[in-house]
Design a protein around this ligand. Structure first.
Ligand code: NAD
Length: 329
């Protein structure tokens, strides 16, 4: 099959390589011409030791869209809406859209599926799936064992996307019908990962991190359920699984941004100093807004919001969480 990946950053090139390994013809498009040049020269700026083979880098969105019936969306979610507006103007035929990015749009509280619905004419959408789960590009690019979930409201599309990506060698893919749960879980775990980094930056240890992951997953689950997703999805690969991998790894830019914040950097500086996308800081804002709108108890998210958006000292934010009324688990 022909597949076009939009966004040639760390995750885009990794997804493209996996699809190439699976025997598909793959193109990739990025606004950053240097990345496209590098890919066409057989390399990628983030993975210099890794040879890029058989991936066609396109400099225009139109070429990428014309190339394939499958369009993979892999740009930071703050650019998703503007990119899709452009995509819609250039489409001639229907596509299956596969989202592999992870974020929620602040203010609208929309996930990528809803942004696709907003921006792409229905006549151009043959299907939509979200592919998510615990996955660092740094490992999948080395073809290290990874498990993901292909979620779609249409079970035939979920299966189609599962078959596109699964390869029986290093990538296993499950299907799910819970698109909302998968997308919300994948987005909010980045917020908790930032908090995990803050704790590490403050010098706290494994006890604190384990407590954060255990209590953080409950907040993810509350948001998932409030937005119409399933509780069990929050405890599966796209929720708990992704939270574990993101909240404890130096490969995670969300975790690393949190460490910088814990050491005293402002959230804006921590995001700017990262060469790659840090979705978690926006996810804190989106989750905080959802919590207020739906009246959900989210003490960790609220504390993170106070640190990132109200300049509260992280130590004081933690004291605020710990001094809440004592209760049963
Ligand atoms: N890196 C990972 O391990 C990983 C794993 C799973 C999911 N994700 C998610 O995938 C998404 C992308 O992450 P990444 O790691 O690839 O980020 P990245 O910062 O490495 O790359 C993002 C790329 O998108 C490009 N881009 C921005 N706007 C564009 C546009 N309008 N058209 C085309 N390209 C555009 C940028 O130039 C950049 O090359 C994020 O939502 C992230 O959370 C990342």
């Amino acid at each position: 099959m022909n597949v076009s990946v939009l966004g040639a950053g760390a995750w885009g090139i990794t997804i493209a390589q996996t699809l190439t390994d699976n025997g598909h013809s793959v193109s990739i498009y990025d606004v950053n011409k240097d990345f496209v040049d590098a890919i066409n020269n057989g390399t990628h700026p983030f993975f210099k030791d890794n040879k890029i083979e058989n991936i066609k880098g396109f400099y225009t969105l139109k070429e990428a869209l014309d190339f394939a019936p499958y369009i993979v969306i892999c740009v930071p979610t703050k650019f998703t809406r503007s990119l899709l507006k452009e995509v819609n103007k250039l489409l001639n035929d229907e596509k299956v859209f596969i989202n592999v990015s992870k974020g929620i749009e602040p203010d609208t509280s929309k996930c990528v599926r809803e942004i696709v619905d907003d921006e792409i004419d229905k006549k151009f959408i043959r299907g939509y799936a979200s592919l998510s789960g615990p996955s660092h590009a740094e490992e999948l690019i080395q073809r290290k064992l990874t498990l993901l979930v292909s979620a779609s409201f249409d079970k035939d599309i979920a299966k189609e996307v599962q078959l596109l990506f699964a390869n029986g060698k290093y990538l296993r893919v499950y299907t799910s019908s819970d698109v909302i749960g998968c997308e919300i879980g994948g987005a909010i775990k980045n917020a908790i990962a930032v908090v995990s980094g803050v704790l590490t930056g403050l010098g706290l240890g494994e006890n604190a991190r384990a407590a954060l992951i255990s209590r953080g997953i409950l907040e993810i689950e509350r948001v998932v359920v409030a937005m119409g997703g399933k509780k069990e999805t929050a405890f599966g690969l796209t929720g708990m699984g992704d939270l574990i991998v993101t909240a404890s790894s130096m490969n995670s830019r969300n975790f690393n941004a949190g460490i910088a914040i814990g050491k005293g950097e402002s959230a804006a500086d921590a995001v700017n100093h990262s060469k790659q996308t840090v979705e978690g800081v926006r996810a804190v804002l989106a989750a905080y807004q959802i919590g207020k709108t739906h009246n959900i108890e989210l003490p960790i998210i609220n504390a993170a919001y106070s640190v990132l958006y109200e300049n509260v000292d992280p130590i004081n934010a933690i004291k605020g969480v710990l001094s809440r009324e004592l209760k049963a688990e």
